[in-house]
Design a protein around this ligand. Structure first.
Ligand code: ADP
Ligand code: MG
Length: 673
């Protein structure tokens, strides 16, 4: 039999070159793509109603005989109505068809049809407007409904799928009978046929279970193999642990969570394998200190370390604070970003190659091809969720399997974390430094503006600083204009005599830096900003965070923004401004008031907004799932984790599962791993 994964759909009967291009638009090129293009939903044409029993305003199937021939009414040029009457045995149904000449011509009086659509009932009769009409004999059954594109409707897709399923008699299974039995899975062949043309509702579920399992298993196996690849020999073992010495440099004592995370990292780097560790901790939990400790020990052992941050602001902040921390040591530290001058860049690159620089902090600029190291042993990426997996990987390519540490403040529900970071060991910072006060959060409407501004002025008068996050504008309007206008209005109308500065995403990196620097140096009282302050910025003297249009943000994002304050020992405030009257958004904002716990907030976000916020491809580089849903199918996911581990244990290279291997590389290639 021909190989269906390579069979071009163009050659399926009835498709051809032109229609194939329409399928291509849906990402369908081969028969394999086609049969994995599952219906979006189904219409049940089995249980026919009569007009009397049919609910109104709902799509129903009605079996009826055509009792009058079609009459044509030309309304205007290009608009013809066809009218005819049907009877379900009790009630006459007036049917109107718009413009569909082919359908109108095909209908025969006294033949039996199934009409599918909404019924409008009147006292003695009923009417249906443009129902789907098919011969009763062939139309019964459950009809698949596919996501269509322009010029390619669901019915045409169904027909092509049907032809393909008939052409290929049997789809070989990816899993053996033992696994299928153990996890209660039907055969792949059955699943593929039933998912498209189910014989009953129950079989849809059976088919779905198999295909969801298949997809999640493929994902899990792929991640395990990825992790496997990373289980490499430690090329940069640490002879000695310098944590004691590091502690003497710190202006504070570590939290227990920080200490144990540092211990994890040192143990990793002293072991026989390369470190691959995620440091996960809520905003303000002090991840930077953990990174600094690991880098300190690596450098003291004679190696180089690199730390990559997602924004220039954050990179230069890390550079500043690490420079201060290592001021009285012999550690040579440098900053490399997109706005580093060419000459300086050249010098830094040379010094990295010669090993003169021990520690480099930077942005994406670090992963450019011409940046080379003498002996890069440790690579750290901060705010990991901002980077794709690819970028994280490219920095690691700068050396022969350096130790990797990634830091993330996005509190990901544990099960999801296992998937996203399935390839990493995890240390969790579940503790904030001592003396932090809970940030007080309030939700108010815009009528409170004057009072809030007065409160901010009072706070500034007492020596503190504040952030104001600009209102979001419609996409069509410019971010820049609205932020600028808003900042002007504030300084002219409400904050005369105070120093306001504006920070937005479209500013040059150098200017952003300048603004941030002056805020950090307390030269600016109030920083008016777009969401660019969301990530990582650390100015402990700032104690008020005001967020306009709070209802437009995801909760996790609000939590990140709020995390910019409450970083010192002072009482801090977060004020969410929203005029939204919607119940849902009120409830969401109430959660912010209720809890400061990033994990709880993430769970709520996950429940109400779905996993999109965590699983946007750009953020993590995970493959797209077609049928499985990370949240809905959590239980299946756990089963797949177990199953995948067992399979790898018994058959390390999955030699017995060639089809699965193909599927894995397909899935991960599409995600550009
Ligand atoms: P995040 O985990 O959000 O990246 P940071 O590493 O920026 O947090 O730390 C937040 C603030 O807390 C910084 O000002 C840092 O100096 C301070 N900090 C970190 N650890 C401690 C600690 N153990 N005790 C007191 N302050 C700490
Ligand atoms: Mg941070």
């Amino acid at each position: 039999m021909e190989n269906y994964s390579e069979f071009n759909i163009q050659y399926i009967k009835g498709v051809g070159e032109k229609r194939a291009r329409l399928f291509n638009k849906l990402g369908i090129f081969s028969v394999a793509d086609l049969i994995h293009f599952y219906p979006r939903k189904y219409q049940d044409w089995n249980n026919c109603e009569t007009v009397l029993s049919a609910p109104e305003n709902e799509n129903v199937a009605i079996k009826a005989t055509m009792i009058t021939p079609v009459k044509e009414h030309l309304i205007r040029k290009g608009m013809t109505l066809y009218k005819c009457n049907f009877s379900d045995g009790q009630t006459v149904i007036h049917v109107t068809i718009f413009n569909n000449k082919y359908l109108a011509k095909a209908l025969r009086t006294f033949d039996e049809y199934i009409l599918f659509g909404k019924v409008e009932k009147s006292f003695t009769s009923a009417s249906m407007s443009s129902p789907q009409i098919e011969c009763a004999e062939t139309a019964q059954g459950i009809h698949p409904i596919y996501s269509a594109t322009e010029n390619l409707n669901s019915k045409a897709i169904a027909k092509t799928v049907k032809t393909a399923l008939e052409k290929f008699e049997y789809f070989e299974d990816t899993l053996d009978g033992e696994i299928r039995d153990k996890y209660n899975l039907c055969s792949l062949d059955f699943a593929l046929r039933q998912i498209h043309f189910p014989s009953d509702e129950k079989n849809i579920e059976i088919a779905r279970r198999r295909l969801i399992f298949e997809e999640l298993l493929t994902l899990q196996l792929g991640l395990l193999k990825l992790k496997d690849k990373k289980d490499t020999k430690n090329n940069f073992p640490l002879e000695k642990d310098f944590t004691e010495e590091f502690l003497s440099l710190l202006p504070f004592t570590l939290t227990n969570a920080q200490s144990s995370a540092i211990k994890d990292c040192i143990n990793d780097m002293q072991s026989s394998k390369t470190m691959n560790r995620l440091i996960q901790g809520d905003v303000g939990s002090g991840k930077t200190a953990v990174a600094a400790a690991a880098m300190f020990s690596a450098i003291k052992n004679g190696y180089q370390a690199a730390m990559m941050a997602p924004t220039e602001i954050l990179a230069s902040q890390h550079f500043e604070s690490l420079s201060r921390l290592f001021e009285n040591t012999d550690i040579n530290i440098a900053l490399l970003t997109g706005s580093t001058k060419a000459k300086e860049k050249r010098e830094i690159k040379e010094a990295l190659m010669s090993g003169e620089i021990d520690l480099i902090v930077g942005t994406h600029a670090l992963i450019q091809n011409d940046v080379e190291f003498k002996e890069l042993a440790l690579v750290i990426t901060d705010e990991q969720h901002r980077f794709g997996v690819e970028q994280r990987a490219s920095l690691a390519m700068k050396s022969a399997s350096p130790h990797l540490m990634v830091m993330s403040a996005t509190p990901i529900p544990r099960t999801l974390g296992l998937i996203i970071y399935g390839d990493l060991d995890i240390s969790i910072l579940n503790e904030l430094p001592a003396g932090r006060k809970k940030i007080r959060t309030d939700v108010v409407d815009t009528s409170y503006h004057q009072r809030i501004y007065n409160f901010i002025k009072k706070t500034v008068d007492e020596g503190h600083q504040a952030y104001i996050v600009c209102p979001l504008v419609e996409e069509s309007e410019s971010d820049l204009i609205s932020a600028t206008e808003y900042a002007n209005e504030l300084s002219v109308k409400y904050f005369q005599g105070y120093n306001l500065a504006l920070l937005h995403g479209k500013m040059k990196a150098k200017d952003k830096d300048r603004v941030m620097q002056s805020f950090a140096n307390k030269e600016t009282d109030v920083l008016v900003s777009t969401t660019v302050v969301e990530v990582g910025v650390d100015v402990p003297n700032a104690t008020v965070m005001l967020i306009e249009n709070a209802e437009r943000f995801g909760l996790s994002q609000l939590h990140q923004l709020r995390g910019r304050v409450g970083r010192g020992s002072e009482q801090s405030y977060c004020i969410l401004v929203s005029d939204s009257k919607g119940e849902a958004s009120k409830e969401r904002l109430a959660i912010m008031k209720e809890t400061n716990d990033g994990f709880k907030i993430a769970d709520y976000d996950l429940k109400t907004r779905g996993p999109g916020d965590f699983f946007g491809k750009r953020q993590h580089g995970l493959p797209n799932l077609v049928i499985a849903d990370m949240l809905e199918d959590m239980e299946t996911l756990m089963e797949c984790q177990e199953c995948a581990k067992q399979m790898i244990k018994e058959d390390e290279n999955l030699d017995n599962y060639p089809l699965l291997c193909e599927q894995i590389s397909d899935m991960f290639r599409k995600a550009e791993y």
